[in-house]
Design a protein around this ligand. Structure first.
Ligand SMILES: [Zn+2]
Length: 56
């Protein structure tokens, strides 16, 4: 399996599995990848929620 964030191959017995709310499982090679990927998703959500800034 591959890391969902950096796409590195994860050896058996290593890495982290993360099950999201919609039931899909993501794998991360390191805790850092997991954190970065989750932060990335959160930022995307925040950006989507923000209204477009008015052009001045
Ligand atoms: Zn990774």
């Amino acid at each position: 399996m591959k890391c969902s964030y950096c796409l590195n191959e994860i050896e058996k017995g290593t890495g982290f599995a993360f099950v999201s709310r919609n039931g899909t499982t993501r794998y991360y090679c390191t805790n850092r990848c997991k954190k970065l990927n989750l932060d990335h998703n959160r930022k995307l959500k925040i950006r989507k929620a923000k209204p477009k800034p008015k052009a001045s």
